[in-house]
Design a protein around this ligand. Sequence first.
Ligand SMILES: [Zn+2]
Length: 307
Amino acid sequence: MPSANHLTKYINVLKDIQRVLWQAAADDVPPRVFVYAELKRRLEHSQYLIRTGMIRLSESSKPSRTDIAYRVCKWLVEDNTHYVMFVQAFTNAADAMRRINIDPHTVSFAFSFDQRRWEAEALGDNPIRILHLNFYYIGAEPRIWDAVLKAILNPSSHERQLAENFVRTSEAQALLAVYADISPLRLHDVYNLSEMFDALNAQYFGGSVPKPLIAWTSRANYRKVGSYHFVSNMILISKILNDRRVPEFAVRFVLYHEMLHIVHGYYVQNGRHFAHTPEFLEDERKFEQYEEAERALRMIKKLTSEP
Ligand SMILES: [Zn+2]
């Protein structure tokens, strides 16, 4: 009869996997394949025990450390692309450290599964001796990794905004959902901005627009429902639009508008930035539901600006 602590082992399993993957990334060699095979074998056994009722998963709303470890391990093997993404994340971490001349071997690195974005410790000459980064960063691209490290080394860095906003992207939220049921970091993500971007890109731009970071704002911005930041290559959409009462075409229109900023760029005259050129506005009108979207947004701004 398996004991209740059968699943507790996954806390160590997850720790071991992370250690092996980080070692491989620091050495710049591919990880040993048996890591994945061993994990898969273990999980199949646990799932058999769960199916036959020999172990029961806890049903409390706050998952325990054991639940979290089990969920993450399950997620890692249920789709090969998940494991590949996880392995790649360690490589991305090691590469980002090398780019700022930190030898990954000198850093104790692991992904964490709590409410913090990151936790870093310096020691003596080591600017980063320990780094625990939240699991939702595993899908982050290299420039986000660079921003995270810069923000850790220098909290007043301009990159900090880029590093911190990552949690409010649809990609990060999907990863957060792997282990956290309720979390202050979790959004009620009504619209998936990442998928919306891909669909708009295919429909209006032949897929030619390079994908920026797309996140919801942290504060409710009523006057400015969207913005594009050229320097950090980031689109921010006001979180007031992340609401079922807002029609989807209105959100699509705001995102489309911000995409046009990427395509059209801006020019500077007398120290002022101009982006809404006649050509820009002409392209904006090509949006299928232009009139309805304009009307809906005017209404939303009017409704939300009244106390
Ligand atoms: Zn604009």
